[in-house]
Ligand binder design. Structure first.
Ligand code: URA
Length: 232
């Protein structure tokens, strides 16, 4: 159950502020009953909701893949910095879409966004072990001892422990890292714990979704088979 004004805003009827007046004017009905309170709750998927007698569009579930550039914060609002939401086309702005987890301001690469609460929870929960693949440029060169330390579950400098992770050296100063969780600054802190501070970080995949073919700063809506593989 969600607030009626939120459901109507996400269906694209009007802004939440304008909707308060629309609802108070008695123009909105839920299952045939006029509702005059914007705080009233309804079920967007089940209830028959009309405005001026016209049924609203059902809430559309959207999953977006964004190629985040450096310099944008992963948040829906920020008093100082540009947010990843500013990179989304206008049509996606009022659907209640939020980022799935976060990338640091300076990290680039794949960021998923969705308005599907259950999917959001599944993708960020370490229990579901959704792999996140990163490519890092860093000081030094990873060796077999580093690979073993990642595989065993690294302890960070502050004593926090990580789930087993995969580290693959890609040559001097370059490594691929695969994590199944998303702690704050995790890749940077793991690499720092092994004496290899990160100078550039790119997320190239999350579960079955990859960054391939998606230009920096652009997003695309996941559909069909790709969406099924993510949600299965
Ligand atoms: N690990 C980091 O250190 N930063 C990110 O943005 C993502 C993973």
């Amino acid at each position: 159950m969600e607030r009626l004004d939120k459901i109507l805003a996400e269906a694209g009827v009007a802004s939440r502020r304008a909707l308060k007046a629309v609802i108070r004017a008695g123009r909105v009905s839920v299952n045939g009953q006029v509702v005059r309170s914007p705080e009233a709750k309804a079920d967007a998927a089940e209830d028959a909701i009309t405005v001026d007698g016209i049924p609203i569009r059902r809430k559309r579930t959207v999953v977006l893949a964004l190629h985040k550039p450096a310099g944008y914060v992963t948040s829906t609002e920020d008093p100082r910095d540009a947010t990843v939401m500013e990179l989304l086309p206008e049509a996606y702005r009022n659907l209640g879409i939020v980022p799935v987890g976060r990338l640091d301001k300076e990290t680039e690469g794949l960021l998923l966004l969705t308005n599907d609460g259950a999917l959001l929870h599944r993708l960020i929960s370490p229990r579901h072990r959704v792999p996140k693949v990163y490519e890092a440029e860093h000081v030094g060169e990873a060796d077999p001892a580093d690979v073993a330390a990642f595989a065993a579950g690294l302890t960070l400098r502050d004593g926090e422990t990580c789930l087993p992770a995969e580290l693959t050296p890609l040559g001097p100063g370059r490594s691929r890292i695969i994590l199944h969780e998303g702690k704050y600054h995790q890749v940077r802190r793991m690499m720092a714990a092994r004496g290899m501070p990160v100078t550039y970080l790119l997320r190239v995949a999350e579960g079955p979704i990859t960054l391939e073919g998606l230009p920096r700063g652009q997003c695309r809506e996941l559909q069909g088979e790709e969406l099924r593989r993510l949600t299965d």
